[in-house]
Design a protein around this ligand. Structure first.
Ligand SMILES: [Fe+2]
Length: 232
């Protein structure tokens, strides 16, 4: 059982729970960083990350062939919550060596409703989440990072299934916080949830439009989600 991280700042306490969305695994080495428990990191970004320099989009020409989502509805907003940290490093994965949890990959596009739902280039996702037992890294950038879209407007988020944590006496469903930005569009702050989570129905913030149906592949869970932004 883990102790509350900072009950004086927010009414959140956590204890270890087995994530109900898949069996736990130990993530294999994704970089040269030594294995370190998430909450014990002391503000040192992962060794492979470069917080000061965003990745440069490759030079491939925008193909324009991606199909719009059927409805092209603007993605629903959802509260930012108390655990956002600005300045997360640019990364291509949130996985660190030795990280415990169930592998999770989410793929999709960032689209603009004002452009007929075409994918947006040069967009980014600022992502933060709890670890496999519901703890946020409050000092560093474990399970936090900014991910740039590829030249076709697509993204891939590689991480672990977030654990549950108590908020006001009730467990929040497993969720991932995302802040999506793109030039010329209104920044979207939202959260992603997962189908069949037992805590979704009673959660005050849960929205079914933000729910992802996960599939099992050889390595872990896989899902898809397109973000649709409003123009400024
Ligand atoms: Fe959260």
């Amino acid at each position: 059982m883990s102790e509350p991280v900072d009950p004086s700042e927010h009414d959140v306490s956590r204890r270890a729970l087995v994530v109900g969305l898949g069996s736990a695994v130990i993530v294999g080495p994704a970089c040269a960083s030594p294995p370190t428990p998430a909450v014990e990191r002391q503000g040192v970004p992962p060794a492979h990350a470069d917080a000061a320099t965003p990745p440069t989009a490759d030079a491939a020409t925008f193909d324009g062939d991606a199909q719009p989502t059927p409805a092209c509805d603007e993605t629903k907003e959802n509260p930012e919550g108390p655990f956002y940290s600005a300045g997360a490093p640019w990364r291509d994965t949130l996985l660190d060596a030795g990280m415990a949890g169930t592998l999770l990959t989410i793929r999709g596009h960032i689209r603009g409703v004002g452009l007929g739902c075409e994918p947006i280039q040069n967009a980014s996702l600022d992502v933060w989440q709890a670890d496999s037992v519901g703890r946020y890294d409050r000092r560093g950038f474990v399970l936090r990072g900014r991910i740039a879209t590829k030249s076709d407007g697509s993204y891939e988020l590689r991480t672990i299934v977030p654990g549950y944590y108590l908020d006001g006496g009730k467990y929040r469903p497993s969720h991932i916080h995302v802040k999506v930005t793109a030039p010329g569009y209104i920044t979207l702050v939202t959260q992603l949830y997962f189908k069949d989570d037992p805590y979704s129905a009673a959660d005050a913030l849960f929205l079914p439009e933000l729910e992802i149906a996960l599939q099992q592949d050889a390595l872990g869970k896989v899902g898809a989600f397109d973000f649709v932004l409003r123009t400024t």
